[in-house]
Design a protein around this ligand. Structure first.
Ligand code: SF4
Ligand code: SF4
Length: 102
């Protein structure tokens, strides 16, 4: 995954949690392009948590019931710092030519 450049996804706790009492079953979270959620008779469930993009929280921002929450980002930023992930991402982007000015 480009955001992690080889760091194991399963070592990072970042995925949505749904508060069932707040969920209005609006369906908005089913727009997630990473196929994280399944729809059930009770509304959405977080079926594939590790497919969630680390750092993304779009579904929470647009959830009608404000029912979706995420963990604190700070420990994840600590991992990025400790594992030099920012530098690795930049190197990969340079190799892919994505940091060349247009
Ligand atoms: S976006 Fe929020 S309120 Fe809507 S179905 Fe998903 S969890 Fe429920
Ligand atoms: S945060 Fe982003 S990737 Fe993760 S479940 Fe929500 S919309 Fe999908």
């Amino acid at each position: 995954m480009a955001w992690l450049v080889g760091y194991p996804r399963e070592k990072i706790t970042w995925h949505p949690t749904i508060d069932r009492e707040k969920c209005l079953k609006c369906g908005m979270c089913m727009n997630c392009g990473m196929n994280v959620y399944d729809w059930t008779e009770d509304g959405p469930v977080v079926a594939r948590p590790n497919q969630c993009i680390v750092g993304c929280n779009t579904c929470a921002n647009l959830c009608m019931g404000e029912a979706i929450s995420f963990p604190d980002i700070k420990p994840i930023r600590e991992i990025y710092k400790r594992e030099h992930i920012w530098a690795k991402v930049k190197k990969q982007l340079e190799e892919e030519g994505k940091l060349k000015p247009k």
